[in-house]
Design a protein around this ligand. Sequence first.
Ligand code: C2E
Ligand code: MG
Ligand code: MG
Length: 553
Amino acid sequence: MEFDKTGLEDRTFEISSITNARTYSFLCNMTTGVSRWSKNAVDDFALSGEYMTDASEQWESRIYPEDLASYRKSFEKIWNRHTDSQEFEYHIKNRYGDYILVTCRAIIIHGKDGDPDLFAGTIINHGIEDDIDSITGLHSDSSFVSRLQGILNNHDDAAVLKIGIKQFEHLNVLYGYKLGNDVLRAFAQSLIGATKTAGYVYRLGGAKFAIVLPRKCTHEQMEEYYNRLQKYMQYNFTVNGEIMPISIYAGAFIITPEYKGTVISIKSSLTYSLSISKEEKHGELVFFDQEDKDFGDRFKLLSAIHKDILNGCKGFYIVYQPLVDVETGKVAGAEALLRWRNDDYGDVPPGMFIPWLETDVVFYELGLWIFRTAISEMKVLKQTHPELILNVNISASQLERKEFTSDVMEIITESGFPPQDLIVELTERCRHLDYDLLNDMADFFHKHGIKVSLDDFGTGASALNLLRSMPIDELKLDMSFIRNVENSTVDQIIVNNILNIAKQMNIKTCIEGIETKSVGDFLRPQNATYYQGYFYSKPIKKNELSEYIKCQK
Ligand code: C2E
Ligand code: MG
Ligand code: MG
């Protein structure tokens, strides 16, 4: 087939194919729609040829389905000339059917003197070889995903274990990061030792690991394998030559050739069984049992939610819970809280799905929707109540995405919402992230006038340590300390001391879970900045919030 090669025949283009096997390049004449691709791209992705008129369709048909929506969004932004350059990441299937992670950098080269505009770019193949965790030397999440995808594609048998180290955060706090890293390294070595050539070991982030055994396994065999591992960690685990007993917990999933689910569903199932092992079964191995009714129900719920997110965040809405100024008793602002409504399930609270959805790629889209919706609804409310501030919850998986900062800024700029009236609440799981990343994020928010709050303070991962190493504007004391505070001396001591620390550090405080007038009165001498709780109001819809503020006046 003959192609119109106008604008594409620059011979230097060929250099890019030979400079680096991991980098591909493309050029597209935006007028004719003909594109030219480097030879390594044609080979590695089995494209129809160097020149194509349907490159977009060919490329999209290889993209991992869950990544497609965000890919299209980034692509359209540049193709429709809303921006002149764009960087985006996604997974794409190579000629062997493996999904690999790539980063695409695309630019528009404006044509001069009647030349056509060119859409040009490079695509870096992060491939399997580069996906190495720098601490443990293990392959990480994207290799784990590719491995699972390969097993599903080939309809193979396999057993998957997801393992966590109990109370790992405390190690970091008590002994510092160096020892924490030594433990992770030693743990990885022990897993490799225990698995030998029978399987593959991955680090999934934080103190979570996965093992894939690519063969048929019974429940009993997996239990035996896990029990041996557990005993070893309890009695023989050594770090820097010293015995250091650690406890582990784990979830398991057995893949059979008949399995019809996706990689995402396997990952969600593992997250679920891992949490049951940790919270209810004292570290026993928990299987995700596809026949179990509870699991099955949760699964159906998650699939329905998943579908709604892909359907433009259908069924989701935001409710607002007032934050009351303790000194004046007036509404100072509100926290945006997510809700999902569906004909079959009714109103579903976020605790039922957010912890599972957070690991899902589609959550990113939903997170942006929450931001956009809350900001635009609050902007309207601020026309009559300009003093109101808005708190929005942020999940770890959002902070981890490269494009998060630019997407947030785009939303804020488009909406015209005053950034100084916005507070981002870092939920508990954010505190498991790398401190450097958290600090970069806090710096980014502060640079743009946005404030940062630590949610559910006092529970979970090393909150105190974070206070020391990260600039924080507000902390929200978790309601578990408030429930019995009137009767529990221990809770009183904790509340008093945390609020004192915050005061001395000039950090604002919000006490969550004020359910009665008497708790509010009891805590008044503590001089917190805000109260939040059912005594003032449950989370309510935007027009109800407006009424609430009016009535209060
Ligand atoms: P959170 O951010 O700590 O939100 C406070 C939760 O406490 C809300 O539950 C709220 O309804 C509840 N609450 C407030 N006052 C009281 C009280 O006096 N008594 C009791 N018993 N509960 C009270 P909700 O809305 O179910 O949210 C649960 C969690 O789900 C949130 O905890 C947050 O971690 C997460 N979440 C909710 N919306 C979002 C969101 O838009 N994005 C993200 N990433 N997470 C969200
Ligand atoms: Mg919150
Ligand atoms: Mg909270």
